[in-house]
Every structure is written in structure tokens, then in C-alpha cells.
Design a protein around this ligand. Sequence first.
Ligand code: URA
Length: 199
Amino acid sequence: MSQEPLFDIPGEPARDLDTVRKIAIECRKCRLSEMRQNVVFGEGNPHAGLFVIGEAPGADEDAQGRPFVGRSGQLLDKILLAVGFDRKEVYIGNIIKCRPPENRNPLADEIECCMPWLEEQLDIVAPKMLLLLGRVAANTILGISLSLAAMRGRVIRWKGFDCVVTYHPAALLRNPNWKRPCWEDVQMMRAHYDKVCPK
Ligand code: URA
């Protein structure tokens, strides 16, 4: 007879995504919870080999409770599709789950409050690769303070995940000259993905 374990099993994810989501949407750990319409938990394939990480929800995401559904999201979908990923195949989340006012950068204490959700998502999904969108997401995840130029163009190994850093789609909307280097990054990411997640 199968039974729920009474204790977490070391090395096993303690919970599933739906359970974590139910708890996360009630979160009141930081000031952003007072201003949000919705917690943008994240979505996608719970067994994805690729986990895409952005910075923070914008107005459209806050209104719908889903990540990357505005203009940046439409561009992200195109970028992923260009290298053969449907957005449903990957998992998409953000460093912080509630929209900062005026879309300002997340503050250090907001990131600190919110990171445990993302850590738990990474633990449960257990992807092989992370695609880190923009300097804030990359510096936060990698725990460094470098320019995007210094991080992109290669695979960075972090805590067992193979990470590729590229431009945030919002930056590409502001500066289309960055589309080519982004294209190079995601092609390199796809080639590496095919090696670490062979069909
Ligand atoms: N920008 C992000 O970083 N994340 C979203 O979900 C939307 C826009």
C-alpha cells in the first residue's frame, strides 16, 4: 500500500508545483504583495529540460497572473520558437513573483523574500538548463555582479544547471541591434540543450 511519507526524503523534492503555487499565491512576505493584482507564480512543463527565468512581472502579467504574456512575452515566444521550443515545452518563471511599482528593478529585500519560491520550483522541475533573461536575472541567480556582455555567449555551470545568459526581450524591443547577439545565444543554447537533453 502506498502512503504519503511523513518526512521529506533527502534528495527528493518535498512538494509538487501545485502545492507550492497554492502557498505562494497567499504570500505576504514583502511590500509588493500590497500592490499586486496577482502573484505570477510561473507556468509550463513541470518536467521541462529548460527553465526560462525573467526578472519580474509587468502590468499584463500582474493582470493575468501569468509570466511573459505582454509584448516582451510575445517576443520571448518567437525567440523560443525560432530554436524549436514551444512555450508549453519549457517552464517560465521570474526572480520575483509580484509586479514592482512602475516596473522598477526588484529591491534586494524583495528578491530575498521571493527566491525561496524559485528555488523550490527549480528543485521540483529539475531542469538541465536555465535561460537567464537580462542582467538582473543573471546576476541574481549566479550571485555575481557582471555586465550582460561578460556573461553571455557561453554556458555557465551553476549548482548543477547549465546556464545561458541573454538579453531580456524588453531590452530587444528597445534596441533591435541586440536581436542578432540574442539569436546567437539561443542557437548556442539549443545546441547545448540537444546534447544534455537528447531526444
Ligand atoms: N518581464 C519579465 O521579466 N517577466 C515577465 O513575466 C514579464 C516581463
